[in-house]
Design a protein around this ligand. Sequence first.
Ligand code: GLN
Length: 261
Amino acid sequence: MKKAFMLLMAMVMMVMMVAGCGGGEKKPADKAAEVPKVLRVGTEPTFAPFEFQKEGSKDFDGFDMDLIRAIGKQLNMKVEIQNMGFDALIPAINAGNIDAAIAGMSITPDRQKAVDMSDPYYASGLVVVVNKDNEAVKSVKDLDNKGIAAQIGTTGAERAAKVPGAKVKNFNTNSEVFLELKNKGVDAVIIDKPVAEYYLAQGGGKETAKIVGETMEAESYGISLKKNSPLTAKINKALLDLKKNGEYDKLYEKWFGAVKK
Ligand code: GLN
């Protein structure tokens, strides 16, 4: 008898719990209809120190990765990062396969026509990288009719294409770009300055490569989103909040040292 009563009580409690849960969940679920809980982010992780995967790891590391996760926290969204080709990022946004791309992507008028771009979050520029033993190339002006490697779809590739007579080789990843230079398949690489500096300081280029000439185009990085996405304003607000609360400076210091003010 006692057993039967206990069993009945247990069943009653279970029904109450299930009912309780269902009722409690309704409100957040309605909210979720307005703001998605998951932020699907695309990146191309051969762009250290902005996005990269440590050898043997599938984890996404780097300044951009920390920044987008901090933005996700700010927006109460779970950030899910996917690896794709750099030139596939904007098409993936427009196909609705990802909500945003963060990939050291420079804000350009062409991209702004295709997608929304957030407020700038990092000031960058392009440089020429050559092999250390190359005495002939001292700046971009010496690259006429020479071989240049760049990553496909980047502003570096666009800049290379403007060099008179240059034979431009486009690669899917920056690892291949730098390898082509090392193997002397090209005379030079055109790539973003902070990425070139990182490659020379702690990437594979320390012994073999050098930067020559001035920084070319001034460029700023932005996060891309679908045109007219309600998320654009939210991401801009989150960026501003992270700048105000010191979190952005902390990340900047972690990856680049002292904060530029
Ligand atoms: N900043 C450059 C661009 O936007 C390169 C980006 C990259 O290679 N990830 O084209």
